[in-house]
Design a protein around this ligand. Structure first.
Ligand code: 3PG
Ligand code: MG
Length: 412
């Protein structure tokens, strides 16, 4: 998809101070990074700017930072890993204020090709609030540190935050360039082509717990795809809309009519809407969620007993969904098929991942849980593209304009 925005290829960063917003929001366990995908994905843009002879100032958020700045959500571990990956020192400014004296000094001391990483942008709190409230000042301070700005934080591009979009106003005001990075371009190429210009048949697979979270994406993808496959907890509201009893399964009564509407829409448009034909049922939700000692029963989708809860797609559904994937030329997948955190209830999600790994279609994984599942299963190399964005890829697939993308300068 042609993105009519300036990119890092449209300017030479030699001698320029370039602020790059990355999404280094990586999972940490006891201070150690457990998945470095987002760090690796940021390297091409950073390396390009280094090669230009730019002064590369990186920033990102990490975590939700609900209780103010703390070492547990510091970007120190990211600085270290990034430094290994780049093969050069990353000067980490540990100051909880993010901008200010320490950051200004670190930037002033930079030589061409040097890399500085600022502290977690959400340590300023203001990052999370609306620009008209308080993010404005922080955005201004970020802009003061640099000459140009690059947004490469696809995973955060749906947030109209100080460091993601508001900063561009101030960089532009002083004549700087605002561009998108290579990761941003790659994500938008894959996701954009899949929905705007797909090689058909185009199969979209949506899972996850709640219909309410996917209302817009179901509606949008139904219009774009040839077959829409529904799995996960949200499938039970569709089954209810079909007139089936779903026992104790996840059900959103308020969305039953919506599901009916979507089924009618699919009919009218001549699209296939595939729902589970059988389900793996449990008596109680596992506690803890990954507790493997649970009883399961497989039943047809129209025979879910009143005292049981559907928690994964069954074997007939796996076959049905795998067949649909086999004959596809483009597949987009977002959301697990069942309670995949539990090894006993992960089969549906695993088998869908396997089907995607075996098809010759262009396969695009829309971030979040499905990306984690594909990575865990070792199928990452077999997919055409795994998005680094969860919420961002979903909003993109819904057809929303992402603030992080639209804040960049238009190409002349
Ligand atoms: C994510 O992991 O979802 C992105 O980094 C955005 O983070 P957020 O959902 O906390 O804004
Ligand atoms: Mg999120």
């Amino acid at each position: 998809m042609a993105l009519n925005k300036k990119s890092v290829d449209d300017f030479n960063a030699k001698g320029r101070r370039v602020l790059v917003r990355c999404d280094f929001n990586v999972p940490l366990k006891e201070g150690k990074i457990t998945d470095e995908t987002r760090i690796v994905a940021a390297l091409p843009t950073i390396n390009k700017l280094i090669a230009d002879g730019g002064k590369v100032i990186l920033c990102s958020h990490l975590g939700k930072v609900k209780n103010g700045p703390n070492e547990g959500e510091s970007l120190a571990a990211v600085a270290e890993r990034l430094s290994e990956k780049l093969g050069k020192k990353v000067n980490f400014v540990a100051d909880y204020n993010v901008t200010g004296e320490a950051a200004t000094k670190a930037v002033a001391d930079m030589a061409e090709g040097d890399v500085v990483l600022l502290q977690n942008t959400r340590f300023r709190g203001k990052e999370e609030t609306k620009p008209e409230e308080a993010g404005e000042k922080f955005a201004q301070e970020l802009a003061e540190l640099c000459d140009d700005y690059v947004c490469d934080a696809f995973g955060s591009a749906h947030r109209a935050h100080a460091s993601v979009s508001v900063v561009t106003k101030y960089v532009r005001e002083k004549g700087g360039t605002c561009a998108v990075g290579y990761l941003m371009q790659k994500e938008i190429d894959f996701l954009g082509n899949a929905v705007e210009n797909p090689v058909r048949p185009f199969v979209a697979i949506l899972g996850g717990a709640k219909v309410a979270d996917k209302l817009n994406v179901i509606n949008t993808l139904l219009e774009k795809c040839d077959t829409l496959i529904i799995g996960g907890g949200m499938a039970y509201t569709f089954l209810k809309a079909k007139g089936y009893e779903v026992g104790k399964s996840l059900l959103d009564e308020t969305k039953v009519d919506y599901c009916k509407e979507m089924m009618e829409k699919a009919d009218k448009l001549g699209k296939k809407l595939l729902l589970p034909v059988d389900a793996v049922c449990i008596d109680e939700f596992p506690s803890p969620i990954d507790n493997p000692s649970i009883n399961t029963t497989v039943v047809d989708a129209d025979k879910i007993p009143a005292d049981k809860e559907g928690a994964d797609i069954g074997p007939k559904t796996i076959e049905l969904y795998s067949e649909a994937v086999k004959s596809a030329k483009t597949v987009v997948w977002n959301g697990p098929m069942g309670v995949f955190e539990n090894p006993v209830l992960a089969t549906g999600t695993k088998e869908v991942a396997k089907a995607l790994s075996e098809t010759s279609a262009t396969t695009i994984i829309g971030g979040g849980d499905s990306a984690a599942a594909v990575n865990q299963l070792g199928y990452a190399d077999k997919m055409s593209h795994i998005s680094t964005g969860g919420g961002a890829s979903l909003e993109f697939l819904e057809g929303k304009k992402l603030p992080g993308v639209y804040a960049a300068d238009d190409r002349a």
